[in-house]
Design a protein around this ligand. Structure first.
Ligand SMILES: Cc1cc2nc3c(=O)[nH]c(=O)nc-3n(C[C@H](O)[C@H](O)[C@H](O)COP(=O)(O)OP(=O)(O)OC[C@H]3O[C@@H](n4cnc5c(N)ncnc54)[C@H](O)[C@@H]3O)c2cc1C
Length: 578
C-alpha cells in the first residue's frame, strides 16, 4: 500500500527488506523483490507520490522540472574546469526519482562498458554476455504516438517484454532527413547505427525514449505501478532516511539492518529494522551522504564533523564522475524550428493544447531531437598518448563523444534570443577521466552534501570536449546542411583559436545529469562495495543505484541503473533463499 507518511501501520510493520529511495534503482528493486510473495518490502521515498503532475507527464515540459518542487535543487561546488562556476545539479525528489524529471532517453550501454565492469569487479556476472537476461528484462518497444512505420528505426529483435515502455519519436522534425543524409555523406565519422542498444552504440541512430503514447514513463509508472497492489509491498513517501544503524554484529561485522527516518529536520525521528537487508537506492549524491551520516566512510572526514566511525571506508563518496554537456547553436535559414516553444507563450499554449487533445505534437517528444549519436575520436590511442593516458573509452563499441542534433537553440548559460531560428548540436564528454567526490557539509541530514563532480576536471576531458565541438562543426559541413545552416551563434562563432575554444567550452558547459560511481563496486578492498553490491565491512547493507557503477557507461544512465537493479534483485533473492 501507499502511505503519505510514516503512519502507525508502517511503524508497526515487519519487513524483510527496506529499500531507501524510489528512483531507477529503488523502484526496480522494490518491484522485482516483491514479486516473491514471501518477501515483505518497504520502500521509503523522501519526495512525494505526485507522479501524474503535468510537467512530469508531458515529455516536452521536462525542463520545467529542474529547480522545482520535484528536484532536490542541489548545486555543485565551484568547478575548476568551468572557470570556477557552480552549476545546478538536478536530482528527482518524487517517487520515480530522477526518472521522473529526466530527458527520457533510453540507453543500455555497450558490450565494452559492462565487460569493463566485469574486469574491475572480477565478477564475470557483470559482463554484457552474462547480463543479457537482465538487459532484456527492462524495456519493451511500443509504437510512437503518430503510428508511423518504424521499419529501419530500431531492431525489433533487441526488445522484449520488460516493464519500461519505450518508443521512437513521432516524425515532427524536418531536420531528421538532413541528419540521415549526413550519415550517408560522412559515413566514416558519422555512420548510421540501426539500434544503439545492440551493445555497440557508435554512430548516429534514432533515439529510443521512455515514452508511452506521448506520456513519460518512470520507474514509478512502470516497475512500481505493476507492484503497487501487492500485499507484501508498502511504499511510504514524504519521508527522508537520516541514517542506517547497526542492530548487532555477525562475524565481528556490524549488522546494518536499522533505518532511521524523519519527515522534517525538527520533526520526530522514527526507526525500523529489516529482518534481512537494507538497500540504499538514494542515488549517487544521497547514498554516499547517508552512509557517511551513518558512520561509514573516511574516518578522518567523519570525525571532523563529530561523527563516530563504525566502518572506516575511505572510498565512500569518492570516484564521482559525470558527462559534461555543451549546447552549440547555429542560426538557420528556416522558421520551422522549435525555438518559439521556448519564448512565445502562444506557440507554447498551442503545443500544450495539442498534447492535451491527443498527446501528439512537439511536446510529445523530449528536447527537440529524434536522433543522436556517439563518435569515436579517430586514432584514439595516439590521441590520448599526447596526454600520457590510455584511451579512456571502454572499448571500440563505445564512443568518446556524444552528439545530440537539436531543432532549436540550446544553451544553459545564455537565454534564447528574442528573434531568430536555430539548430544546435549538444556535445558531451562520454568517457571522462577526472574524478570528484561527495563530502559532508555538516552532520545535519537535512543539509545538502558538498558535490564536486570534477566536470572537465583535467586537460584530457577538455580535449575530448574540444574534439566534440570540432566534430559538430564537421557534421554541419556535410552537403545536407548547405543552404540551411547560416552561422555559428554567439561565443561559439568567436571560438576560432584553440584558446578561444577552451574558454568557450569552460564558460558554457553544464551536465548531462549523469553523476555515478560515488560508492563503487570493485574487487579491490579499497572499493566501498563488493562485486555483489554489499557495503564492505558490513552485514545486511547493499547499494543498488548509479553510485555503484565503477565506470560511467558510454550513454545515458537510467537504463544501466535499471539493468544493475535487475541483477541486484536476482542476487538478493538468491541470498534470501539461503
Ligand atoms: C534532469 C535530468 C535529466 C536526465 N536525463 C536522462 C536521460 O535522458 N536518460 C537517461 O538515461 N538518464 C537521464 N538522467 C539520469 C538518470 O535519470 C539517473 O541516472 C537515474 O535515475 C539514476 O537512478 P538512481 O536510482 O541512482 O537515482 P534516482 O533515480 O535519482 O533515485 C534516487 C531516489 O532516492 C530518493 N532519496 C534520496 N535521498 C533519500 C533519503 N534520504 N531518504 C529517502 N529517499 C531518498 C530520491 O528522492 C530519489 O527518488 C537524467 C537525470 C536528470 C536529473
Amino acid at each position: 500500500a501507499l502511505f503519505q507518511g510514516p503512519t502507525e501501520e508502517v511503524l508497526k510493520g515487519s519487513y524483510d527488506v527496506i529499500v531507501v529511495g524510489g528512483g531507477a534503482g529503488g523502484g526496480a528493486m522494490a518491484s522485482r523483490l516483491s514479486e516473491d510473495p514471501d518477501i515483505r518490502v518497504l520502500l521509503i521515498e523522501a519526495g512525494s507520490s505526485d507522479i501524474t503532475n503535468l510537467n512530469s507527464t508531458v515529455p516536452g515540459l521536462a525542463n520545467n522540472l529542474v529547480m522545482s518542487a520535484f528536484d532536490w535543487n542541489f548545486t555543485t561546488t565551484p568547478q575548476a574546469g568551468y572557470n570556477g562556476r557552480s552549476i545546478d545539479y538536478p536530482r528527482g525528489f518524487v517517487l520515480g526519482g530522477s526518472t521522473a524529471i529526466n530527458q527520457m532517453l533510453f540507453c543500455r550501454g555497450t558490450v565494452d562498458d559492462y565487460d569493463r565492469w566485469a574486469r574491475v569487479t572480477g565478477d564475470e556476472g557483470w559482463s554484457w554476455k552474462s547480463l543479457a537476461p537482465f538487459i532484456f528484462a527492462v524495456d519493451h518497444m511500443t509504437p510512437p504516438v503518430d503510428h508511423h512505420n518504424t521499419t529501419g528505426e530500431f531492431n525489433p529483435v533487441l526488445h522484449k517484454n520488460g516493464p519500461v515502455s519505450i518508443s521512437v519519436d513521432s516524425l515532427i522534425l524536418d531536420t531528421n532527413t538532413r541528419v540521415l543524409e549526413t550519415t550517408q555523406q560522412l559515413p566514416d565519422l558519422f555512420p548510421f547505427n540501426l539500434d544503439y542498444n545492440s551493445g555497440t552504440s557508435v554512430g548516429v541512430a534514432w533515439k529510443q525514449n521512455a515514452i508511452l503514447n506521448g506520456h513519460r514513463v518512470t520507474s514509478a509508472t512502470s516497475y512500481l505501478a505493476q507492484a503497487m497492489n501487492r500485499k507484501n509491498l508498502d511504499v511510504v513517501v514524504n519521508t527522508r532516511v537520516t541514517k542506517v544503524f547497526p542492530v548487532g554484529t555477525e562475524d565481528g561485522k556490524p549488522v546494518f539492518r536499522g533505518v532511521e527516518f524523519a519527515q522534517t529536520a525538527d520533526g520526530p525521528r522514527h526507526t525500523l529494522k529489516a529482518t534481512q537487508e537494507v538497500i540504499l537506492s538514494a542515488g549517487s549524491l544521497k547514498t554516499p551522504h547517508i552512509l557517511m551520516l551513518s558512520g561509514i566512510g573516511d574516518s578522518a572526514h567523519l570525525s571532523s564533523f563529530g561523527i563516530k566511525t563504525i566502518v572506516d571506508l575511505p572510498g565512500v563518496g569518492q570516484n564521482l564522475h559525470d558527462h559534461a554537456f555543451l549546447g552549440n547553436s547555429w542560426t538557420v535559414n528556416s522558421t520551422n524550428t522549435l525555438d518559439d516553444l521556448q519564448r512565445n507563450a502562444t506557440a507554447a499554449a498551442e503545443a500544450l493544447a495539442l498534447w492535451k487533445a491527443n498527446a501528439t505534437g512537439p511536446l510529445s517528444v523530449a528536447a527537440g531531437s529524434s536522433q543522436f549519436g556517439f563518435v569515436r575520436i579517430p586514432n584514439a590511442t595516439a590521441f590520448f598518448q599526447q596526454f600520457g593516458v590510455e584511451d579512456p573509452s571502454a572499448g571500440p563499441s563505445s564512443g568518446h563523444i556524444e552528439h545530440i542534433p537539436t531543432n532549436s537553440y540550446v544553451s544553459t548559460t545564455v537565454p534564447i534570443p528574442a528573434e531568430g531560428h536555430f539548430f544546435a548540436i549538444i556535445t558531451a564528454v562520454i568517457s571522462p577521466t577526472a574524478r570528484g567526490n561527495v563530502t559532508l557539509r555538516s552532520s545535519d541530514p537535512f543539509d545538502a552534501p558538498l558535490i564536486n563532480p570534477a566536470l572537465l576536471g583535467n586537460d584530457v576531458d577538455l580535449a575530448i570536449m574540444r574534439e566534440g565541438v570540432k566534430a559538430a562543426r564537421a557534421f554541419v559541413k556535410a552537403p545536407a546542411w548547405s543552404g540551411y545552416i547560416i552561422s555559428e551563434f554567439g561565443e561559439f562563432g568567436n571560438a576560432t583559436t584553440e584558446d578561444a575554444l577552451n574558454e568557450y567550452i569552460r564558460n558554457n558547459s553544464a551536465t548531462v545529469d549523469h553523476p555515478v560511481g560515488s560508492v563503487a563496486m570493485g574487487k579491490d578492498e579499497s572499493a566501498p562495495l563488493t562485486p555483489d553490491l554489499k557495503v564492505r565491512g558490513t552485514v545486511g547493507l547493499r547499494v543498488v543505484d548509479a553510485s555503484a557503477f565503477p565506470f560511467i557507461p558510454s550513454g545515458h544512465t537510467q537504463g544501466p541503473t535499471y539493468i544493475l537493479a535487475e541483477r541486484a534483485a536476482h542476487l538478493v533473492r538468491a541470498d534470501l533463499k539461503k
